[in-house]
Write a protein that binds this ligand. Sequence first.
Ligand SMILES: [Zn+2]
Length: 341
Amino acid sequence: MKALSITGAKELVMEDLPVPVLTRGNAVVKMAMCGICGSDLTAYMGTNPTVRYPIHGLGHEGVGIITEIGKNDRGLKVGDRVALEPYIPDHTCHMCRIGRYNNCVDIHVCGVHKDGMMSEYFLHPVDLIHKLPDSLDFRRAALVEPLTIGLHGAARAHVSEGEYVVIFGVGTIGLMAAFACRSYKATPILIDIVEERLGYAANKLGMPYTYNSKNGEVSEYLRKVTCGKMPDVMIDCTGAPPILASMHDYVCYGGRIVLVGWSHNSVTINTVRCMQKELDIYTSRNSCGKFPEAIRILKEDRFPIEKLITKVVNLEDTDETMQDMVLNSGNYLKVIVEITK
Ligand SMILES: [Zn+2]
């Protein structure tokens, strides 16, 4: 079978690998599609310190059809169309024991710490496989995993009905966080410096508030939108040091802040102002138990989440597209790789 593998920084190769053999507790899935994530790009560029090369098969946003499976208590069978939850926990550590398996001390994320999903067949644990409804096509289903990241971020900060949530970074994850907020009946306010992305969010995705931070003080804009109170929650999807250094200015007293975007280095925050406002600061890693919710939201189709897909490419053209995504990131939101028909 073909697999798009990464052997080192900027070394993407098409490999010919044996089809995986079914083992106990796992299923073999014929992969249909897999999204390209920002972390795949940093793995490709060699700027993702958590990646362990070589990775036979890049990617962790995969969907496909079960071709082999043993007896299981999940009701899954050969022919089922499924989404694969890509964070493989050890099931034994203290985090796993309390259900926070996304934060397992020995987690293996597909395409990062172990082989990933851009291969024609993929072996995956049955307990991390989620059946897709017939009405949800593979294209939209490839958005399930990134949507769970937005849902988990919003859930970490307990976003709830009627609240204002300021979101920094209008890439795929920021937009997924915004859709998560809308699903929780909260109002997202999107901040970025790329005018095209803000325009797309406002005009094509129906986001009610967007603001370019080059045009003036973000806190003044937020004060205006929230009639003086300031947002209840901030979700940072940038990891940008200047934003985090001022994060206390973007929420109300008693506000909550959740960090979803990774910084390259450690960042200084103003602990004095955070304490004066008694802010709750959360971090958010992977997602936990959110696959069924994301599948339901995409199936219900109340939000134009599908419009995040800016391109669908074949496995053979993925190398070229990833190079262009690095050079012209503003031209892309979510790119989906079609692995098999
Ligand atoms: Zn664990």
